[in-house]
Design a binder for this molecule. Structure first.
Ligand code: NAG
Ligand code: NAG
Ligand code: NAG
Length: 363
């Protein structure tokens, strides 16, 4: 075990104080922390565990004149000035804010050379604020994988005083509140020093963050630990540094009540009794979480022999009290029923908790 780690553990016992270990570690990792103009260190929320905590970070920023800065947990850079990151090794993987991939941004380029890999982002802006990481790829023959012990990450803020909030392509975002997991109002900032508050639009009200239920993390936004229906509504964040306060995008929080388990499905045939030559619609309906796609698989008597139409659709419904549910439906239509079409129609639906199989007999 490294000496500083041992010291840290001892210090934790003695002081039971946050931050001391961080300070110690930062001092050890030369250049990891940026010294602010006032000579004060940035006070940041502690991250649970830095990826690849072992040894020194291999992730560096290339400064002018061939100088390098080893990047720590977070870094603040100036927008507009091209950024070059390097990671030592002859086979390196990278990750960067997904937004850069979504827009297939030509400002981003990655080059691998014998000794290091280079990530260049030209004219970065506030929107490029986010986690950047690199890792060593180890190969055994043709099988390659990420070496988790040699993975290094830095959250990079492109601090822009005109964009205290990381700009979002969407001006009105919907966030779902679920009883079983924390909810996030993702108003991330470009300056970790900004003071951020959360506000409800109607009735106008500021929600006071506290250590337990509602916390603010500059890299995430407001985290609501145990969401309940009372947090529904339209919210926005307000950030202040030195100048005038700035307002974020608006967020609509919707409460979702979802049965935890395999899809909650039902199966119906209309009409419920048919004779040869009739048409029939067999409808499979699933109630579920708003953004979860449901896939339907049908097994029916005329499979492979008879043409059928299958139409799948979904819509969001408000089930009172603002509870939002997604209703997904697959309708299998058989026209001009023949003898072969009579029998069992089976609808299979799946989610991460399991599979639901329903059967209806058409006579
Ligand atoms: C992204 O851009 C590259 C180069 O401009 C191009 O080759 C590639 O097909 C693009 N990918 C997508 C998904 O648009
Ligand atoms: C924490 O803040 C939330 C939201 O404002 C509030 O509902 C809750 O009562 C607070 N908890 C404590 C322990 O102050
Ligand atoms: C089956 O559904 C389609 C589309 O909703 C509808 O046009 C048709 O009349 C229905 N057929 C029967 C037999 O209910």
């Amino acid at each position: 075990m490294k000496l500083w780690l041992v010291l840290c553990l001892v210090l934790i016992w003695v002081e039971l104080q946050n931050g001391d270990c961080q300070q110690l570690k930062r001092r050890k990792d030369v250049g990891e922390n940026r010294i602010r103009p006032g000579g004060k260190r940035l006070k940041r929320p502690l991250k649970p565990k830095e990826a690849g905590g072992r040894g020194q970070s291999l992730l560096t920023q290339v400064l002018d004149k061939g100088r390098f800065l080893r990047l720590g947990q977070s870094t603040s850079l100036t927008p507009g000035k091209n950024m070059e990151l390097r990671c030592k090794g002859n086979s390196i993987g990278w990750s960067y804010p997904t937004y850069l991939d979504t827009f297939n941004d030509s400002r981003l380029s990655i080059k691998q050379s014998d000794k290091y890999s280079q990530l260049i982002l030209t004219s970065p802006s506030a929107a490029d604020t986010g986690p950047y990481s690199c890792w060593v790829i180890v190969c055994d023959g043709t099988e390659c994988e990420k070496d988790h012990d040699r993975s290094y990450a830095s959250y990079i803020y492109f601090t822009d005083k005109d964009n205290l909030f990381v700009p979002s392509a969407i001006h009105f975002e919907i966030e779902y509140l679920r009883p079983d997991r924390p909810a996030v109002v993702p108003c991330r900032v470009t300056d970790p020093q900004a003071k951020v508050s959360l506000h409800r639009e109607v009735p106008p009200e500021e929600l006071i963050a506290n250590e337990t239920l509602l916390t603010y993390e500059p890299t995430k936004g407001f985290v609501l630990q145990s969401p309940s229906p009372e947090y529904q509504g339209v919210f926005y964040c307000k950030a202040v540094t030195k100048g005038a306060p700035q307002i974020s995008t608006k967020y609509q929080l919707l409460y979702v009540e979802v049965p935890v388990g395999p899809p909650f499905a039902s199966l119906e045939a209309f009409p419920d009794s048919v004779t040869g030559g009739d048409n029939i619609n067999v409808t499979c309906t699933v109630l579920g979480e708003p953004e979860v796609d449901i896939s339907f698989t049908w097994v029916y008597p005329g499979q492979d022999f008879r043409p059928v139409h299958i139409k799948t659709s979904w819509r969001l419904v408000n089930r009172g009290m603002g509870y939002i549910t997604r209703v997904s439906q697959s309708v299998l239509t058989v026209e001009d029923m023949e003898t072969i079409d009579f029998g069992d129609y089976m609808c299979k639906t799946k989610n991460q908790h399991g599979e639901t199989i329903l059967t209806i007999n058409v006579t």
